[in-house]
Write a protein that binds this ligand. Structure first.
Ligand code: IVH
Length: 674
């Protein structure tokens, strides 16, 4: 009994600690433990909950990891409709709004609560006795979809409201968003994995929320900003006080709200944010102005679609007029051809714009563009400005229409337009210079073969001088060839050769990622490695056997099969084989062993804690597994060593001491493997 009680207590403790760290990290942006330490706590809780599901708390932070698969999201009729907002575009519109509010308020005094209009996806959250029980999308305003499991994975949404005096039931509304930096990082990863770039954070948010597997949603960098208490009885007297309570309950608010005594102050805020909005960490599509006194709102009332006590102010999209000087057709790593207009430089939203993407052939047709056209460019939600219209009156009679090209500008191959695709592609994957340069760049990337010094410029020179035609050729490069490259000397040539040589130690799972098989990202490469163990086994897999691996879908399976069917790829792989690249998991262990003079950690089980001086935790983990050892998250009697860096978790050290597990330092470990 005592043991069970202890376990239940530990589960409670862990849940509380993890929730607190989540709050510190995601809401306060002030983490007090390392990511690794955090992961270890979470893993411990997961393991305990798996064994003792009866003790799993309804607000357990393990919900954040997801796992529930929902085939269809059930409809839910909103307790109160989710209305829209009236729009205003000028000072006059706002002054009209102000006099209307004053009229309906019949002489009572009030202020305006004003904040950013978040450009995301609106969401309604239901809390019963402080516990998050339901999350519903806006839908048509009357009826939305219940997507609770997906929403529970969003770290900035409290699973249980913090604090005292929590109402029995409360509905909170707000906006799910993706911050710009998170969005850019995600897009960078997608490009690395050969996936399409996402257009803007809002669409990416909407798509993420509707995924059927909440485990996938958990991987998306979603954030939530609360903006409204939708339950009358639970409301404070003013909106401003509501926001103070949001923060106390554990929600994130933008921190850029203001309380305005009158319309003059509102206009000042609006002017202030007109240019400042570009520096925000999230996208806004205007400013929302709301009567601050909640009891007055009912007096002021509603129209059929929107409250009369609130209005959205929309900034005019920043537009500029300029001319198209020429059009480049750029070929990307995947062969996709994108038309890019070179513009006469013009100032737009604080930056000089010289180029604008025209996206694809359909867009050229839709806009009916001619060379030399005078065009409008706008900065919308997307980072790259776009052409939104043409001043046709300014077109000269002899102007020629812009036609999409039929042959690749880099290699001359006839372009193809696959069915159901708006894009054109150059099919010459193997020899088209930007495609092969892109593939080599991916191969050399820090997260792939990590060949230091092999950047875009060098690759470009190597390909243009015909010294390499694929990544397999890297291993036969000679000093005499490198020394003649631009900006190259003795040292840089020797360093590059050394870095290329070093890449032979990279473990197979990263080699597999480096090959650049379409759709095979770092995570998939890891899973495929675990399942097949070697490139040879993988090359013999059929589409059917591949889809048996967890998370490997049909599209990826087909591209893998096609990759190994292509003789040109096989020829490159032969070169890698000859160079001694790790093409199997086992071989990678042997290979690394020989580097560290035969030492083996076979049968040793490690737990790692703290920060290390000579290598990252990932590198240490890799080394241990490469030498045949195991890395575990929690200490048990079976653990051989606790490898403790600086700031090692005190709980870990205590547990190790209690169980008689040896604690070793980084120095001890380095000695051990040498
Ligand atoms: S208050 C309509 N505040 O904009 C009831 N709404 O276009 C009052 N929105 O459906 C809503 N940021 O989803 C409010 N700071 C903010 C907002 C905001 C974004 C959304 C909201 C609403 C839509 C109307």
């Amino acid at each position: 009994m005592d043991i069970l009680r202890n376990i239940q207590e530990r589960i409670g403790q862990l849940a509380e600690t993890i929730n607190r760290h989540n709050y510190n990290y995601y809401i306060l942006a002030n983490p007090t433990i390392s990511d690794y330490e955090f992961d270890m706590l979470l893993k411990e809780l997961e393991a305990l909950e798996l064994q003792y599901p009866q003790f799993r708390l309804p607000d357990s932070p393990t919900m954040r990891v997801g796992g529930q698969v929902t085939k269809e999201f059930p409809p839910f009729v909103h307790i109160k409709p989710m209305l829209s907002l009236g729009n205003s575009y000028s000072e006059e519109d706002l002054i009209d709004f102000d006099s209307q509010c004053k009229k309906w308020a019949e002489g009572r005094t009030f202020g305006y609560y004003i904040e950013h209009k978040f450009d995301g996806v609106s969401m309604s959250l239901h809390y019963e006795k402080g516990l998050l029980v339901r999350a519903v999308t806006r839908g048509d305003g009357v009826r939305g979809d219940e997507i609770t499991a997906n929403v529970k994975t969003i770290r900035t949404i409290p699973l249980r409201l913090n604090g005292v005096n929590i109402p029995d039931f409360i509905e909170i509304r707000g906006e799910v968003m993706i911050l710009r930096t998170d969005f850019d990082k995600w897009n960078e990863e997608r490009v690395l994995n050969g996936e399409e770039r996402l257009m803007n954070p809002r669409n990416a948010t909407a798509g993420s929320l509707k995924l059927q597997n909440s485990e996938e949603v958990a991987k998306r960098p979603l954030t939530f900003f609360a903006y409204q208490v939708a339950t009358d009885e639970a409301n404070s007297l003013t909106d401003y006080e509501n926001v103070l309570r949001f923060a106390e309950w554990g929600f994130k608010t933008s921190g850029n709200q203001a309380l305005c005594k009158n319309m003059v102050e509102v206009l000042l805020y609006i002017h202030q944010w007109e240019s400042k909005r570009y520096g925000l960490e999230y996208d806004i599509d205007g400013i929302v102005i709301k009567v601050n006194e909640i009891p007055l709102r009912e007096m002021i009332g509603y129209t059929a679609k929107a409250p009369r006590w609130a209005i959205a102010f929309k900034y005019p999209a920043e537009k500029a007029i300029t001319e198209i000087e020429s059009v480049d057709f750029q070929v990307g790593r995947t062969g996709k051809v994108t038309p890019v207009a070179n513009l006469k430089p013009v100032l737009l939203a604080g930056t000089i714009v010289k180029r604008a993407s025209i996206h694809n052939a359909d867009e050229i047709k839709r806009l009916d563009l001619y060379y030399g056209d005078t065009v409008y460019v706008e900065k919308g939600g997307e980072i790259i400005p776009k052409i939104t219209g043409v001043v046709t009156e300014k077109r000269i009679a002899s102007a020629l229409p812009i036609m999409f090209i039929t042959a690749c500008p880099d290699c001359g191959t006839t372009l193809i337009n696959p069915e159901k695709e708006v894009n054109y592609f150059c099919p010459n994957e193997q020899f088209c210079p930007p495609q092969l340069k892109g593939r080599i760049e991916h191969y050399a990337h820090r997260k792939a073969m990590n060949i230091e010094g092999l950047g875009t410029e060098i690759i470009s020179q190597l390909v243009d001088k015909n010294l390499i035609r694929n990544y397999g050729d890297l291993y036969s490069l000679r000093y005499e060839e490198l020394i003649h490259l631009d900006k190259f000397g003795d040292l840089s040539a020797r360093n590059l050769l050394k870095a290329i040589d070093e890449s032979k130690k990279i473990p197979f799972e990263r080699v597999l990622f480096a090959l650049g098989i379409r759709h095979v990202g770092a995570v998939a490469a890891k899973k495929l490695t675990k399942h097949f163990g070697s490139l040879e086994a993988l090359s013999m897999a059929t589409s059917d056997t591949l889809t048996l691996v967890k998370d490997i879908g049909e599209t990826m399976a087909n591209t893998i099969v096609a990759f190994f069917k292509d003789g040109k790829n096989i020829a490159v792989i032969e070169k890698l084989k000859a160079a001694g690249i790790q093409l199997s998991q086992d071989k990678s262990i042997k290979g690394t062993e020989s580097i560290v003079s035969g030492s083996s950690l076979n049968g040793f089980s490690f737990v790692i804690s703290g920060v290390f001086e000579h290598a990252s935790r990932e590198a240490i983990k890799d080394k241990i597994t490469a030498l045949g050892g195991e890395v575990k998250s929690g200490i048990t009697k079976k653990t051989t060593y606790l490898l403790a860096g600086s700031d090692a978790g005190p709980a870990k050290v205590e547990k190790a001491t209690e169980l008689g597990v040896s604690i070793i330092s980084e120095q001890d470990f380095l000695k051990m493997i040498q």
